[in-house]
Design a protein around this ligand. Sequence first.
Ligand SMILES: Cc1ncc(COP(=O)(O)O)c(C=O)c1O
Length: 397
Amino acid sequence: MTSTKTTNNSHALTDRLRYVEASPTLALAAKAKALAKAGKSVIDFTAGEPDLPTPEPVKQAGIAAISQDRTRYTPVAGIPELRSAIAGDLNKQRQTHYSASQVLVSCGAKQALFNSFQALCQAGDEVIVLSPYWVSYPPLVRLAGATPVIVETSKRDQFLADVARIQAACSPATKAIVLNSPNNPTGAVFDEERLVAIAQLAHERNLIVISDEIYDRLVYPPARHHSIVQCSPALVDQTLIVSGVSKTYRMTGWRIGYVAGPQTWIEAMEAIQSHSTSNPSSISQYAALAALQGDQASIAQMVEMYQQRRDRLVKGLNALAGCWAQVPDGAFYVWCDVSGLKQPAAAIAAQWLEDALVATIPGEGFGAPHYIRFSFPVSLETIDEGLRRLSQWVAHH
Ligand SMILES: Cc1ncc(COP(=O)(O)O)c(C=O)c1O
């Protein structure tokens, strides 16, 4: 007999699901991939990952970890060698003094962020999130029971945070601010002066800073990455730096990210992780260690290559009637204003996919309904063909 308490029933879902839908970026990327698999010639600008393979020595380190039976549970927070290598790398890049015990290795930067919000934010807390934002910040804040307070940045300010606006959005309930530089989706890179001003505000209001620096090595000269802890060393006691190997070392599938910060916070996150996933994959940890300890020359080569693609795409998009694109200083996305096309971005992206087989990510999920994100780790030929199709589409609409 069937129970009246059916399990396949939306009433069974918890209240926290009200705020959480599957990531829109992943959904569109999946649709583009499904079309391509069905034999359609899709030009895919959706992927949030490098097109190049994982470097060979890193792959070999993963294979060696399997051969050498390094396939058991590791300490929850990661193998000591990797925690130490991450602390060393952060200290070298940012002139900080993190110890290995101030680093937690997680299943991607995403879990590092999840742990951060779970450990530090709860109901009644407000968290400042700058828009356009990476799609997962608001749901991650809400899953912790807290409320995201969105502070808009604009095209006029090159999508850089206006400190007075942040200040105006603060209330007695403000607990934390999320920074993301280089930014996904805009590619904006914070200058030192602005970070110093934000740090001062964070000091005055005793705000926790969650600084997502996953694209820190993907910055196009003359722009340079600055971390808030470099600009204001005293802020280190109230800051979490989140990063990982996914983008820099082309390791998105290996799922290794990390968070560094005050030891008591790291221990709290370790406790959370001990009851959710435990350690990230042992094999991936050894591969990440090889990535950090290996030759770093391929990063500069990748940046040079992506800069060429960036310039080609920005130029082409700016030649399309109704579109305007900013030159991104970092990451690998072009953020394109499509308000001149007089329709919401979601409608335009759907038509581009349907009519021209060009896949992009509409800005609604990033808090900006008149923008479309183009990811440019694709070949120059792909960029040219995508632009050709879009210029034809625009000419007919
Ligand atoms: C800004 C930002 N933070 C975090 C992540 C998550 O990185 P990971 O794949 O290491 O979980 C991404 C991935 O797209 C991102 O763009």
